[in-house]
Structure formats: C-alpha cells, structure tokens
Design a protein around this ligand. Structure first.
Ligand code: SF4
Length: 336
C-alpha cells in the first residue's frame, strides 16, 4: 500500500492547541485534503458498505480524554491509543464488530496529555515494569508521516525507567521509527500472513514482502521483535505457503540473535462477525463453513467457531515445527 492519504478531514479546533494538531493540519493543507472544522463527523453514503468505505478514508483530528486506562490482559498491563481505527479493510478484523457502522479514523492531537496519563499509571503501579499496548483499537503505523506521534511515544518509553511499550502493525512505513531512541523498551511486532491471505482478505494493507522487509529494518535497529501470525488458515497449499513466508522472514532477520517472539492465532469467527462480513464484503472468499468448525466459548461471552480439534492440532504442529526449523531464537508465546 502506498502512503495513506485521507480523502476528507474533520478538525476539532481544540486539537490545534497542541503541536501535533498543528503538524497534522499543515500536512492536510499541503496534501490538499478537504478540511471541515467541526467537533462532529459526517460520513456520507446510502448503504452501510458505502459508509464503511468512506469512513476508512476520513480522519477526525481530535483529543483523547481518557484518564483511566483499560487493562489489556494478557499481553500488557494497560492499553492506550494515539489513534483509533485504520485505513485497512481486513475482512476479519475484530474491530469490525466493535467500531460500529462508521469506523472513521481518529487522530489524537494531545499526546502530552496521553503521556501524562501513562506516567500516572506507571507511578501508581508497584511492579518493576508496567507494560502498555497501543494497537488494541488501531494500527498506529500508517499515520506516522502525518503525526510523528508514534516516534515521540517510543522515545517517551525509551526515557522511561519502568514503562514498556508494545504494538503490532500490518504496515511497512517504518523509516521514521528506525531512528527513534527506543533503548530496547518497545517491542515492535508485525502481523504477518501468507501472500494469498493478505491478497484475498487484508485490503489496503502492506504486502507480505513489504512487511518482511520492514521487519528486517526494525530488527537491524535493535528493537525487541515479534510476529503475530494471524489468522492462520487452512486452504490448498497452506503448509507450503506458511513455510515460504517463514523462510523469507528468516532471510531478513537472520542477523538477529536475540529472542524473537511468535503469537499464533488460528482463524475464528463469531456468528455476529460472520453476518457483518457478508454484509460488508458480499463477495468474500472467507471460509466460514460452520460444519467444518467446532465451538469454543470466548472471553467476551460469545461462541467462536474455531477449526476442529484434529485440524487445529495439525496447524499447531506445523507452525511450531516451522518456527523451530527456521528460528533457533524463536519463542512461541501461545497458540490459540
Ligand atoms: S490493519 Fe489491523 S486494525 Fe486495520 S483493519 Fe486490518 S486488522 Fe483491523
């Protein structure tokens, strides 16, 4: 995917009291993006598909007023956000069911306030380190050129004695982040998948090659590195495709002798997500045949359809075997 540029922007005038707000405004003006100064976002569109498509091209420059951060178990102690939503249109994105009919992109201008809230949570926590996740409701990377916020955030954590950051991305625009003074306090993770899966289902995201090249740059920059392989799917040649992906990845991070983490998540869906996916992507090729799945009770009070036990065990064995084969410094954190 090329550099993300919105088609429309709404700007809350309060956001211009912050340096990041003014930087984003300059960017929008220079890129000749139509701007409306308002606290309210209007998304046009007759159908819900049109509204969804238009939302993904619209940004709202606004403020994050969250004072009490939500827990983010098990991956981190807390979660916060510099942005919400993203330009990607991944058919199985779990945000599909949580961000409503108009998942327009919010960019938060008041990063100083956000850092203050984070610092308060670090100070109040008695543990040796407090970990924070900043990609729970967004992909934080594609906006970096516009905002510079993620680099500032990485450096905030770089200077923090007890705070640690982690995030995950499906984008390759990492050049500005390579130079950040991270001091090893940020774990940089990429969400990766086979070429076929990315091409078929992860619209408006970076290709496998680009993500892997970006991971090579991040690895050379000395960041703690991790990969989420998700959703893992079975289809003709899935075994060969995942092997191709991991061997390609290995060739880009082979100099990295530190631990590299892997999180493995098999494909799953709820009935609510299935309905929504069919309404937003009527021609989807996603395999959601209930007959070939088994039910698993999820933490959010809904049944998920996961692969049947023998299929799921085969996925686990194959993926763990590949990681062992290609990454002697690989650590599988979990398979689910
Ligand atoms: S890039 Fe991530 S956050 Fe964005 S649509 Fe895809 S899965 Fe969802």
């Amino acid at each position: 995917m090329k550099e993300f540029n919105p088609q429309k922007a709404f700007v809350d005038p309060m956001s211009l009291e912050y340096a990041t707000g003014r930087r984003v405004l300059e960017y929008l003006k220079a890129s000749q993006i139509p701007i409306t100064y308002s606290k309210r976002v209007i998304i046009e569109g007759e159908s819900s598909i049109e509204k969804y498509n238009n939302s993904k091209k619209t940004i709202f420059l606004t403020l994050n007023k969250e004072k009490k951060l939500r827990p983010c178990s098990p991956s981190a102690d807390f979660q916060f956000s510099l942005t919400s939503s993203c330009p990607g249109m991944c058919e199985y994105c779990y945000l599909q069911t949580t961000q409503g009919e108009r998942p327009y992109i919010k960019i938060f201008a008041n990063i100083e306030d956000i850092f203050e809230v984070i610092q308060k949570h670090i100070d109040e926590n008695e543990s040796e380190t407090t970990t924070f996740e900043c990609s729970s409701i967004t992909d934080p990377v594609p906006f970096e050129k516009m905002t510079g916020s993620l680099k500032a955030c990485i450096e905030f954590f770089g200077n923090s004695e007890k705070g640690r950051l982690r995030f995950v991305t499906k984008y390759h625009q990492v050049d500005d982040l390579i130079e950040a003074h991270h001091k090893g306090h940020t774990t940089f993770r990429f969400s990766i998948n086979t070429k076929k899966i990315i091409n078929d289902f992860e619209h408006n995201t970076s290709s496998m090659e680009h993500r892997i090249q970006a991971a090579g740059k991040v690895s050379k920059a000395g960041y703690p590195l991790g990969f989420i392989i998700a959703p893992i799917m079975r289809y003709p040649n899935w075994k060969e495709d995942y092997e191709e992906m991991l061997s390609e990845l290995k060739s880009h991070v082979s100099e990295n002798k530190k631990e590299i983490t892997f999180e493995l998540i098999q494909h799953r869906y709820t009935q609510t997500a299935k309905k929504l996916i069919y309404s937003r992507f009527p021609k989807t090729k996603l395999d959601m045949n209930d007959e070939e799945r088994q039910l698993k009770w999820g933490p959010y009070g809904k049944y998920k359809h996961v692969y049947k036990k023998e299929d799921s065990e085969e996925i686990k064995a194959h993926m763990m075997g590949l990681i062992e084969k290609y990454f002697e410094n690989g650590k599988v954190e979990y398979f689910t």
